[in-house]
Design a protein around this ligand. Structure first.
Ligand SMILES: [Zn+2]
Length: 273
């Protein structure tokens, strides 16, 4: 708890949304304390641009790591179609951080997440994965997992069925070979889910198509339902503002009494490699 409880949040100097005023917060939040502030919609949490965190040993998974589930959840299934999930059906006060694409590979992102004890799933497009395999393997060492997000990042609402299937399935074998991790989850670019996408995902062995309930941009967390709910999947990107985004979601989790789980633990089960 010391990590974020001691954060003196300074005035952010990052390029936030133009309509978002700069403001400062000093937090002494502790996990389990419900948020008591007025509930604006969408709920936003401003991230700091600099922090004065205490130093934690890298090997220590700190307060924000949720315990593994006793058993994986069962998603509703339809024959031949991969289920679509944006909120994992659970009552655990757990949320899931997902990070997409991979174009900006800032040093220290995985280290920061590890320091905070936040596991995370990277949904990578194949070119960015191949450009910097060592970077991604480092994320795996620090609590990250890697799943598929197509090769060319097309809008799968606009591709023909053959192209759709090729794109959906294109990362499975390469990523298993590059990263030694079973490929079980697929995220479509732009959240574009169609029956063809679900059919293709099921056909090449993905267990779920993963969307989201909250997004992080420029250090601001925007939630579809105004506040965190158990099982929420949060989307951010590998961008220059990654650290601000991480701070925002970490602070929101602390303020609302949530910890972070790993999607693969919930959607696949504890026996994942
Ligand atoms: Zn993307």
């Amino acid at each position: 708890m010391a990590l974020l409880a001691t954060v003196a949040v300074g005035v952010s100097s990052c390029a936030g949304g133009a309509d978002q005023p700069e403001w400062a917060v000093t937090t002494t939040t502790t996990a389990g304390t419900p948020e008591t502030g007025g509930q604006a919609q969408p709920s936003t949490t401003r991230a700091p641009s600099s922090t004065t965190t205490t130093t934690a040993p890298r090997s220590r998974r700190t307060d924000l790591t949720a315990p593994r589930p006793a058993a994986p959840v069962v998603l509703p299934t339809e024959p031949g179609l991969a289920p679509v999930v944006s909120r994992v059906p659970t009552t655990d006060r757990v949320i899931f951080l997902t990070i997409d694409d991979g174009i900006w590979r800032l040093p220290g992102v995985a280290e920061k997440l590890d320091e905070l004890g936040i596991p995370f799933t990277s949904f990578l497009t194949q070119p960015y994965a191949r450009e910097d395999v060592d970077y991604w393997r480092r994320t795996q060492e620090l609590g990250g997992t890697i799943q598929g997000h197509t090769t060319n990042h097309p809008d799968l609402r606009k591709t023909n069925p053959n192209r759709t299937a090729l794109e959906v399935c294109s990362t499975r074998q390469p990523f298993e070979e590059l990263f030694g991790q079973e490929q079980t989850l697929f995220r479509p670019p732009y959240g574009a889910v169609t029956p063809t996408v679900r059919q293709a995902a099921a056909g090449c062995g993905f267990r779920a198509v993963v969307l989201w309930k909250g997004t992080l941009n420029n250090g601001v967390l925007a939630l579809q339902d105004g506040q965190l709910k158990p099982g929420d999947i949060i989307l951010m990107h590998y961008r220059p503002q990654a650290f601000e985004d991480i701070q925002a979601v970490a602070l929101a989790a602390l303020a609302q009494g949530f910890k972070f789980g790993l999607l693969e633990d919930y959607l696949v089960g504890p026996d994942r490699s």
